[in-house]
Write a new protein. Structure first.
Length: 202
């Protein structure tokens, strides 16, 4: 069965919807009736949604601020580390040099202490020698005047014997007189000086 285009057009015109006059029948389907919107519930929900969004936005901003602070602290610490590493290396070198100097100073101190002990021993020895020489000098100084004050009696006796011998030789041996006279003069010169020294000390 075929329909012409004209017949189809007429059929469409006949099937036009009838305008609704407000009256319903049993066979007609009624559209679903929507409830009146609750304005209070809508505003509360919107407020909750807005509050949640604001809280989430603030939380994200707070996290971003905290992350930025941490990044700044990390950068500051990295800069301090970059500055501190050369200082630490310099201090380590200075510490090693000071340790070497300390060892050298300890060696010099031990050498000086040994030299000081040796010098002290020498000083004590020299002090003992000085005291000994001082005592000997005092003893000799005390004994010397006693020796010088003793009169040499044997000098006078020997001089008299030489004089008597020379007088006898004047008559007997004139040739020997010169020799005895010379001997007497020698004896006088020899022993006379001792008498003069004794007179000076007396």
């Amino acid at each position: 069965m075929s329909y012409s285009p004209r017949a189809l057009d007429e059929n469409r015109r006949s099937n036009k919807e009838v305008p609704y006059d407000g009256k319903t029948t049993r066979n007609q389907v009624q559209p679903p009736q929507s409830r009146p919107p609750n304005t209070n519930m809508g505003t509360k929900k919107r407020k909750r949604v807005l509050a949640g969004r604001q809280y989430a936005h603030k939380y994200r901003l707070k996290q971003l601020h905290h992350i930025l602070q941490l990044e700044q602290e990390v950068k500051a610490l990295q800069a301090n580390v970059a500055i501190s590493i050369p200082r630490i290396m310099y201090v380590d070198r200075e510490n090693s040099l000071l340790k070497i100097k300390n060892g050298l100073m300890k060696q010099r101190l031990s050498t000086f202490s040994n030299d000081l002990m040796f010098k002290e021993a020498q000083y004590e020895k020299l002090e003992m020698e000085r005291d000994t020489l001082k005592q000997l000098h005092m003893v000799n100084h005390q004994q010397l005047p006693k020796i010088l004050r003793i009169k040499p009696v044997w000098n006078n006796q020997l001089l008299n014997m030489n004089l008597n011998h020379s007088t006898l030789n004047l008559f007997m041996e004139p040739v020997v007189v010169g020799g005895s006279q010379t001997m007497m003069n020698q004896n006088i010169n020899q022993f006379g000086t001792g008498q003069i020294m004794n007179k000076d000390f007396i």
